[in-house]
Structure formats: C-alpha cells, structure tokens
Write a protein that binds this ligand. Structure first.
Ligand SMILES: [Zn+2]
Length: 1073
C-alpha cells in the first residue's frame, strides 16, 4: 500500500521531482537516465580508428579520400583548424555482450560529420557537441548475432559546427578552432526505458504547459508522479507497469472540434551564411541522408526540402543519394517543394530575377521530380514584395508559406491564414505557422502555441507546424518522431498528423469560411540594414541583371536573323542566371553572411560579367560582324545601340580612336562637342529609337538653338552654379544643393538643402549586419568639411568636384554633373570607407507636400507614407526601393535615382538614400575600402503618374551602348545600318515597359517578350516587332500557354499585337517564327 498523493497541494515540488527524474543532473545515478543505456564499450579491439587529414581547406571526394594513407587515431585527439576536413576509417567489432540487442556506434567529433559506406555511399550526417542539435549515433544493427564480422566504414569530419566556426552570428568567424574527438563507442539502449523516457517527456510538458484550470494538466502531473513512484532503477521489471500508466494517460483522445496541426519535418539549410557554398553542398547531403534513414524507421514520417539549387548540387556531387531521394519522393515521404531556385531575398532582386528564380526552380522540380511545386516556401526571408502574388500565380503555384514576420520588432502581424493580395489584385493563400518557428522540437507546448497564437481561428481550424533543427541543416531527430507518435490524437493537445503541406492548403482552401485579406507588401519590421550592407554585392547584382538582359536581347536578335550561323547560348545563359539567382539567397545579397561567402560571390560575379561580355560580343559580331572594328581613322562613323524600349537622347563618349576626326567635324560644322581634360570627347546622341541602333554624327539636342550648360562661381558667396536651359542648381562648398530652380515651372525645388551627407551612429540592438535601428535616426552629424571646384565647364556637361572628409579615416569624392539636355543632376561618388558602426546617408529636403512617396518595386511601384502617424507607419522608417524613389505633389515632383542602392526613407519632405554601413559581424571586413556608386536627382513636371520617372531610372542604369565597329564604309556605301529600325516598339501606352526578350526554353523557333504596366493603370498597347514572327500567344512565366480571356489581337501583316493590360500586370508573350 502506498500513501495517498497530496501533489495538488504542492504541485511545484512535484514538477521538480519529475524534471529531476528525466534530467541530466546530480541524480543521474538513480533516476531514469541512469538505466537508459544497457552497455557502452570503447577502444581497441572493439573500435579501431585511423585518420587522414585533407590538405588546406580541401573538401575531397570519397573516391579521393578513401585511397589515401591513414594513420592510427584515438579519442581525445583534436583536429583542425576551422574549415579543414579529416577522414576516419573506422573498424568495429561487436562483442558477444550485445547479442540479441540493437547496437549503435556513437561518434562525437564536436563538429559536423558524415558517415560513408566503404563503397562510397553517404549514409547519414552527424552533429557533435552539446545542444539540442546533437546527433551522434549510427544504428549498426537492430539485432546483433553471436557471429558478428568486423564492420568498416568512413567518417568525414568537417571542422565546423552547424553554425559555422565561432560565436554563432555576433562575432566574426574564428579560423583557428580545433575540434576534439570526444567519443567513439559501441552502445546499446535499454529500449523500454528509452520508450518510457519519451512517454514522460510528453506527459511532463503537458503537465507544465496546460493551464491549471484544465483537469488534463492535473491528470498529466498525476500520471507522471505515479510513474516515478512505480519505477525502480535497480529493477527493470518496473518499466512495464510504469509504461502502462503512460498508456492509460495516452488513451484519452481529443474531441472532434480539436484544432488540426499538419506537421512537416524540415531542416532549413541556408545556402550560405556562417559557412561558404562549398560547405552547404555537404550540409545538404548530411542532413538529407539522415532523414532517409528516419523514413525507413518511421513510415508516417514526412520531410520537406526546398531550394532547387541544393538538389542540383546533390545530384552532381552525391548521385546515389540523389537517386534515393528521388525514390522517397515517389513514395511521398521526401517532399521537394518551394518553387524557386534558392530561398531568395525578395526585396532586392529585380522583377526578372524573381521570374528566373521560379523558372529555374520549377523546371528543375518538373524534370527531376515529375511535378512543379504549388507552394512558394520562404520561412526565413526578410520581407515580401507586393508583386509576389502575381509572380507566384504566373509560375504555376498558388500557396505561400512563411513565418518570418513573427520577428517584427514593432507591430504584431495580425494574420495567420489569409489571402495575400498583391499589387495587381492577384492573391495567394498564405499561411504563417503560428508556432512562430521553422525549427520546432515536437513538444506539447509548441503544439498548444499553434492554437494559442493562431489569429484566424474564426475562419479556419488548422495550421502548419515545421519541426526539425535548422538554419545550418540537421533536421528532425529520432526523439522528435517518437514524441510526435505519442501526440497524434491526445486529449489536451490539438490533433497532429504528418502530411504534405499541400494537403493543409487544399483543406483550408476548400473548407475555410471567408478568410481575411492583406493587401500589398508584407513588410518585415526588422533587418532594414540588409538593403545596404555589402554594397558591392548589391551593385554587382544590379549590373548582372542588366548585362544578362542585354545579352539575351542581342542573342535573340542574332538567333532569329541567322539560325544556321548562330546558336543561341541557352546553356550558358541558364548557367549565368543560376549564378545570379544563387547570390540572391536570403543571406548573401542581404549582406548577412561571413567574409568567405563574399569572396566566393565576388568570383561568381566576375564569372558572370566575363562570360556575359563574351556572349554580348559574339551576338554583336553576328549582327555586325562584316564591319571592321573601331580603329583610328580619318572617319568618324560609329553607332550606338539603345536597349531600352523608348526613343532617347543622351550624352555619350565618342570612341577614342575616332575622337579627333569627330571633333574636327563638329567644330567645322559649329556643332556642340566637348573635349574633357582627360581627352574624352563627349557628343549628343539625339533621338535614338528604342531597341534600335543609330549612327552618330555631330548634332545638337534638336532644339532650335542649342544652349550650352555652364558651371560658374556665384558672385555673391562661395557657392557654385550649374545651369542649363532647364534648371539652375546652386551648390555650396560641402556639396549641398542650396537652390534647384526650374526655369519652365518657375519654381524653387529646395526647401532647406539637398545632397546633405549625414553620418549616423549605427549600433543596432542585436543583429549587426542585419539591422538599422530606429533610434539611430536620433544621433547623427552633418558632414561639412568639404571643398568644391569646377571640373567641367560644358558645353555638353558641366561638373563640380566635391572633396569631403567623412572622418579621420574616410573620404568622399563626388563629381556633380548637369548636362545641357536634362533637368537631371548626377552624383558620381567615390568613397574610401573605413568606419565602425556608422551609416552614411545623402538627404534631400524638397519644397513638395505629399503624404506618400512612391518607390520602385519589382515590375511596379509601391506607395508608402511620409508621415509617422501609426506604429505601422513608424516601422517603415527605412524601406527598400529599386532604381528610384519619387516624391510628387499635384503638378510637380522629383525622383531620386540610383545605380545600386536599395535603402530609402522619406519623412515629410526629406528624402534619404542610405549609401554605406560599417557592421563588423558576421563579416569583420564588411564594406571597408573603396566604393563607387551613382545617384541622381530628377525633377519633373506633373506628378509621378504623369512623369517618365520609370523610363529615366532605366536610362540611368542602362547607358546607350557604343558598337565596337567602324560604320564609315557601310554608311558611306549607302547601306542601312543593321538594327536601324527598332526590332520592338510599343505605341499607345507610355505606361507599358518592355523588360525582357529571350529565346523560349526548349524551343529554338520561338522567342519570349515580357512587358509590364509600370504606373498602375489600364493600357492598350500595340507591340510591333521586326523580328521574324508568324504567331503570338500569351504564356505564363514558365512559358506555358495561358488563356486568361484577355484580348490579344495579332496583325500579321504589320507584325503588331495589341495587348490589353490591367494595372501592374505582367504580360509574357511567346512569338513563334
Ligand atoms: Zn535562412
């Protein structure tokens, strides 16, 4: 007989008792843990270890490593330094003590590792060291026999942990870490004791997490207490009665109205972050092979993995493992999903980049897994642009998953399951897992959070639950799946089942009442520094997007002109787009990775630029190849190519070999030309049609009387003036614009000053490279130690040169230029930057009144408030924009253009552009050194919608291309310049932009044209092409034919198609020839 229990009268003591019973603590010799193991054996002759260390930071293949000379190794040795690789050859001899039992090999290298078979098959990944990610056991046999033969296998030890080498993410990486081989043992569990341990983990957490008002909380505590009373560590026959108590507790099931959790295993693997791309290739193999093992043991187990790039790496480097994954995908246990090439950043990639993320991702899934993904999967990306719903739909997907907005620092996002409505009105069913994590541990508490934090239970009674260790990979472990089994249908908890996430979405779609909607961007209220950190990466991303755009256009023209002689470089362009998309991963382009990652991405961009230039010249050679190259001659014939859609007039540099002749001719004809100090000759390229080439001869800007631009010193103070026929700009000795007067509008644009350099304290709350914090705005100095001089005096371009000390360590040089032909003022800037936790901004305070500013986003614009009325407005104190931000009132506005910057702010009438930051972690060298970037001010008549800001921002990023051929012979001979007639032209809709021309995927007889409505209105555009074309169809971004009922009328005689656009619509056409 035992005494009655009074536990409700002393519940906290009882809770401690149970925690002690299952914990690693001072009671470890008498509690449940004391008998969880049956036997552990180490050392010779049962475990023999040999090692070979790879040289440097090499990551050799199995084939290479297994052929090397190994030396004896022992437990207790350390291996390193960071990022090196060590291969162990392990021989185990299972002694008779284990007969009839399951036997595990436990090896703890303190680091990440991989077990390989002697035939070169990757078997499973390991994570050494402490912590919840620890995974060190490899099941050798379920039942050892009396005649076990020695077994041999390899362990590939990587000298890094799940989170790289160092102090997680708040310090730079430590390159000198050595990892100790802590253990290499044979071990067998007391399986019933282990099972009781899992039982108690669940019951104990329920006792602690269920509110005391519920009887179920007391039932759990009671059951756990009874188990402790029954169990006797010296008598394992007590395990069965103890388990019986647990079984009785688990018998009580939930009711019909219980919340339903759809659980899915996953292991978020950042494609690069605190480790380089090369390590990610191994991480995917380690993490995913482990999951295949678990799938065999737990048939109910479902695991999802995203990022086509990681699958492609696996296919290349671990083909047998990839084949096993394909098999498990067929059975439905391994679920490839996500739709995109990598889990990309969604702030900075261009519209076309996002399209390519989906095109590459979906094509990979279709080819290797038989179907595209209908779920856009971004658990960890830093904000979601407003065009995504349309792009997701056009990519054949319809569901969206994230949870990152649970990290918002100011406002709690109000929805869990909702319709996300994009810029154009497209919507996707969106879910943000209410457990607020993608690395859940399978605990009752987390399941209860899935209900407690669900904000749309009135409309839908289900949620997704992502479990498994993540960020650095890892994934679910055995204990999670054991707890999951016990929680499937348990009174006191929501029901939980493992399922394909699609099952969740389809169920919600078909059963939910009217879900609420959220319109526009899903702005992430954190990590606002990622629009600015790692500035060169952002510059190269922007440039690579435009370079590939030109290459695809020119290659398409060459291909359609000469299909026999020119082969469209599909494979090479796919390769280059994959590289650009790779660098758009959500820790690379945001600037939140370690230094090693940026050294890799530098090389990747160099490859992109070098390869793209070869392709560009190859396509041009096909179009113009019969012409001689540009060499010095008495002739002045050259031509430029305009790869934007519209006619434009620009100032260009005359090719050096032709400059003397060109200058002579201009002077003889009294036409404007400008010889600069450095010998560069500037000329006007007037009225060059869109998508066409034009020969350049000395000319004027087309006005009745050419008016040169001038630079001169002010007569009244130390300022300088730049003045042309449109505007007069006054600039003081610090480079600040004190007056910007528009002659035609007769108005002064400056309220206080423009181009004011401000140096902010930039010490964020926690995440160094990631965050600019709101309080930084309270603490800054204005930089006023500048000198200005005149560097160019016209007649085509007048410039001032500003020299400004940012600090003792950093200097800025800026050329401020006004041309004769535009209201636009350009700032060509060089900064030698050596700061510590500072942010440099340029600000402009205009005499313009507007409650909203307009910012460019992918294929459109987004308006955001210029005031700070509500906490939602305040949170947007720093926002992302692409090529421009615009502040307009009725009748007039001004745009701030840039060639590589993304961090913007507008408060009242003050616009700011974030130029550089100086975080020290996780990359201690982030942004130190020389930078060159450009921005510009572009005043315009009319509000934004009446302006041509979209076009001007394009032109600022896409200069006219000088063709590298001498045109004199051709033009002298009266022959027409190739591409003199526009190969594409749009009429009837100045709000429509033609963005992309490329050859169709898998179809050499078709080309693709992608356009979008840029200002937010309807349009009826006539698109005419001079490329060969017999028919045209509307397609989605996977280039599959769609019939959305919209009008598309094709006039074959004029090769013109009329396309009707809705506001912000993206239209992709496939022309067949
Ligand atoms: Zn991530």
């Amino acid at each position: 007989m035992s005494q009655p229990s009074y536990l409700q009268k002393h519940s906290s003591i009882t809770r401690s008792r149970i925690n002690n019973f299952i914990g690693d603590n001072q009671w470890g010799d008498v509690n449940l843990k004391s008998v969880i193991e049956y036997l552990r054996i180490s050392g010779e002759p049962h475990v023999s270890l040999e090692v070979w260390s790879a040289p440097g930071q090499d990551r050799p293949t199995f084939e290479h490593a297994s052929k090397q000379k190994y030396r004896p190794a022992r437990v207790g040795e350390s291996f390193g330094p960071s990022w090196t690789t060590h291969w162990f050859r392990v021989t185990v001899r299972i002694p008779k003590d284990f007969v009839g039992r399951s036997v595990r090999f436990e090896i703890d290298t303190s680091s990440e590792a991989m077990i390989w078979s002697t035939t070169g098959d990757p078997i499973m990944g390991l994570t050494g060291g402490g912590g919840r990610e620890r995974h060190v056991d490899y099941l050798l046999t379920e039942k050892a026999t009396a005649h076990e033969k020695p077994r041999q296998f390899y362990v590939e030890m990587a000298c890094n942990q799940l989170f790289g080498n160092g102090d997680y993410h708040q310090r730079p990486q430590d390159r000198r870490i050595y990892y100790r081989l802590n253990m290499a043992d044979l071990m067998s569990h007391n399986e019933p004791v282990l099972a009781l341990y899992y039982d108690l983990q669940v019951i104990n957490d329920m006792a602690n997490r269920i509110t005391e008002e519920s009887p179920r909380s007391w039932q759990a505590l009671s059951a756990a207490n009874a188990i402790v009373n029954v169990f006797e560590h010296t008598d394992l026959s007590t395990v069965e009665p103890a388990r019986e108590i647990a079984r009785q507790f688990f018998k009580a099931q939930g009711g019909d109205s219980n919340h339903q959790v759809y659980a899915i295993g996953n292991c978020h693997i950042d494609t690069a972050w605190l480790w380089p791309f090369a390590e990610t290739k191994r991480k995917a193999a380690r993490s995913w092979s482990t999951q295949l093992q678990l799938m065999d043991i737990y048939p109910e187990y479902r695991f999802a993995a995203s990022q086509a790039q990681q699958f492609e790496w696996l296919k290349e480097n671990y083909p047998s493992l990839f084949g096993r994954i394909q098999d498990k995908a067929k059975t439905g246990q391994f679920i490839p999903l996500g739709a995109t090439w990598v889990e990309c950043d969604c702030n900075m990639p261009s519209g076309e980049s996002l399209v390519r993320q989906f095109l590459l991702g979906q094509r990979f899934y279709k080819e290797h897994f038989g179907e595209i993904s209908d779920i856009f999967w971004l658990p960890d990306t830093f904000g979601y642009a407003s065009q995504l719903p349309q792009i997701v739909r056009l990519a054949g997907a319809k569901y969206f998953f994230t949870q990152k907005l649970s990290w918002n620092s100011i406002n709690r996002f109000p929805n869990t399951t909702f319709r996300w409505v994009g810029l154009d009105g497209s919507h996707v069913l969106t879910h943000m897992a209410p457990a607020n994590t993608y690395a859940a541990q399978c605990t009752p508490g987390e399941l209860m959070d899935s209900v407690k934090r669900h904000k749309d239970l009135a409309y839908t009674n289900e949620s997704l639950y992502l479990f498994g260790n993540g960020d650095g990979g890892g994934g679910p472990l055995r204990d999670m799946l054991e707890r999951m089994r016990r929680m499937e249908n348990l009174d006191g908890l929501p029901k939980v089942k493992q399922a394909h996430p699609r099952e969740f979405y389809e169920h919600v779609d078909s059963t939910s009442k009217d879900l609420v909607a959220w319109k526009g961007e899903l702005y992430f209220e954190l990590h606002r520094g990622t629009y600015t950190s790692q500035a060169k990466n952002k510059l190269w991303n922007r440039q690579s997007e435009f370079v590939l755009r030109d290459v695809e256009l020119l290659s398409t023209i060459a291909h359609t002109k000469d299909r026999q002689g020119f082969r469209y470089p599909s494979d090479e362009l796919t390769r280059l787009w994959k590289l650009v998309c790779l660098n758009q991963f959500h820790d690379v382009i945001p600037g939140s990775s370690i230094n090693m990652v940026y050294r890799d991405s530098d090389k990747i961009y160099k490859d992109v630029f070098d390869s793209a230039e070869k392709l560009r010249l190859r396509a041009l050679d096909n179009i113009y190849g019969e012409l001689p190259p540009l060499v010095a001659s008495g002739d002045s014939g050259f031509a430029v190519l305009n790869t934007t859609t519209w006619m434009r007039t620009s100032i260009i540099a005359v090719p050096t070999p032709l400059a003397p002749a060109f200058t002579r001719q201009a002077n003889a004809d009294s036409l404007p030309v400008q010889v600069c100090d450095d010998g560069v000759v500037l000329a006007i390229a007037a009225n060059v049609p869109g998508y066409a080439a034009q020969a350049i001869e000395p000319t004027t800007d087309g006005s009745a009387q050419f008016v040169p631009v001038r630079a001169y010193a002010s007569k009244t103070d130390s300022s300088y003036v730049l003045e042309n026929r449109h505007v007069r700009v006054t600039i003081d000795s610090n480079g600040q614009i004190t007056s910007y007067y528009d002659h035609a509008a007769k108005r002064e644009l400056v309220a206080t000053a423009g181009n004011v350099f401000e140096l902010y304290d930039d010490v964020p709350d926690y995440w160094d490279a990631w965050d600019i914090e709101i309080y930084s705005l309270e603490k800054y100095q204005t930089l006023t130690s500048g000198t200005v001089s005149i560097s160019q005096e016209g007649p085509l371009v007048a410039s001032l040169e500003l020299k400004l000390d940012i600090s003792e360590h950093s200097k800025l040089t800026q050329r401020i230029s006004l041309s004769a032909i535009s209201t636009r003022l350009d700032f060509d800037t060089e900064v030698d930057w050596h700061e510590n936790r500072k942010c440099l901004k340029a600000s402009f305070t205009w005499d313009i009144l507007s409650d909203v500013a307009t910012y460019e986003t992918q294929f459109g614009v987004v308006q955001r408030p210029t005031h700070r009325n509500t906490s939602w407005d305040i949170a947007k104190f720093e926002v992302c924009a692409h090529k421009f931000a615009d502040l307009s009132e009725f009748g007039y506005g001004v745009a701030l253009l840039n060639d590589c910057k993304y961090g913007h702010a507008t408060l009242g009438n003050k616009m700011s552009l974030s130029l550089l930051r100086a975080p020290k972690a996780p990359d201690e060298h982030c942004d130190m050194g020389m930078h060159r970037f450009r921005y510009a001010v572009y005043p315009h008549a009319g509000s934004f919608n009446e302006s041509n800001v979209v076009q001007e921002a394009y032109q600022f990023n896409v200069p006219l291309q000088t063709l590298p051929y001498n045109m004199s012979a051709l033009l002298g001979g009266g022959r027409e310049l190739p591409l003199a007639q526009p190969c594409f032209s749009i009429s009837g809709a100045r709000n429509v932009v033609l963005d992309t021309v490329k050859l169709a995927e898998d179809d050499g007889n078709s080309f693709i044209v992608r356009m979008y409505e840029a200002y937010g209105g309807h349009a009826r555009a006539l698109l005419t092409t001079r490329l060969p074309a017999d028919a045209v169809h509307k397609v989605n971004i996977l280039e599959e034919r769609v019939d959305d009922g919209a009008e598309l009328s094709w006039m074959s005689h004029s090769k013109t198609v009329e396309v009707v656009f809705k506001p912000f619509e993206i239209v992709t056409l496939k022309f067949t020839f």
